[in-house]
Design a binder for this molecule. Structure first.
Ligand SMILES: Nc1nc2c(ncn2[C@@H]2O[C@H](COP(=O)(O)OP(=O)(O)OP(=O)(O)O)[C@@H](O)[C@H]2O)c(=O)[nH]1
Ligand SMILES: [Mg+2]
Length: 197
């Protein structure tokens, strides 16, 4: 019997049936040729909220090649340049265990983003910084976003952002994505970072 699961036409058929509009290997026309900026971090830290703020109308959600893991891509203007912004599935570590972690790791290695925005929940900073360090040690161009600052402040947490920037040697930007706060600074810092690279 002929196995057709790996044939492009079969994948395309399944993708059409499932409503996946950017099946394996297909190029996303909306972001073709653009430099990339990836949002990474644990589940539930606000990556998708930030993705929606940074991107416009033409967003593509597709399964990462050969997997059932969804990755969203869209165009986003930073400064006066357009980038492909990528929203990755939640991950806890680069030492991948879950399929989501494998996809994010592979994506970071294969697609060479100009900036990797590590989004963390500021109130769980201690638990989340190890991934920041893993990303930095992997040689990736990391920017750290301390999101959900509203809840961190409500808990009385005081984070010395300037010291964190100095110690980590990367830009650190506090945000409240749900309230659109800190976004202008974030865009400005990303813009400076990618043009300096
Ligand atoms: N209080 C507060 N809530 C926020 C903030 N940013 C995002 N949220 C909320 O956090 C929840 C998770 O946000 P998402 O953007 O879906 O998180 P995610 O990182 O994409 O999660 P996964 O896709 O599961 O990895 C949502 O209910 C958001 O409204 C923030 O700055 N403050
Ligand atoms: Mg998400």
């Amino acid at each position: 019997m002929e196995y057709c699961q790996d044939r492009p036409w079969y994948k395309k058929l399944i993708a059409t049936l499932l409503g996946i509009n950017n099946c394996d290997g297909e190029v996303n026309q909306n972001t073709q040729g653009l430099e990339k900026i990836a949002l990474v971090g644990s589940p539930n830290v606000g990556k998708s909220v930030l993705f929606n703020i940074l991107t416009g109308a033409y967003v593509t959600v597709s399964n990462y090649p050969g997997t059932t893991v969804e990755v969203s891509r869209g165009r986003g203007k930073i400064g006066n340049k357009e980038y492909e912004i990528i929203d990755t599935p939640g991950m806890y570590s680069l030492m991948c265990i879950t399929e989501e972690e494998k996809v994010t790791r592979e994506l970071l290695l294969r697609e060479s983003p100009k900036a990797v925005i590590h989004v963390i929940d500021a109130k769980n900073i201690q638990r989340m910084l190890p991934l920041t360090i893993q990303l930095i040690e992997s040689g990736l161009p990391v920017i750290l976003v301390l999101n959900i600052m509203d809840e961190a402040e409500r808990m009385g947490l005081k984070i010395n952002v300037a010291k964190l920037e100095k110690d980590l040697g990367i830009p650190v930007i506090p945000t409240i994505a749900a309230l659109n706060k800190g976004i202008d600074t974030l865009k400005e810092r990303i813009g400076r970072y990618v043009t300096a690279a």
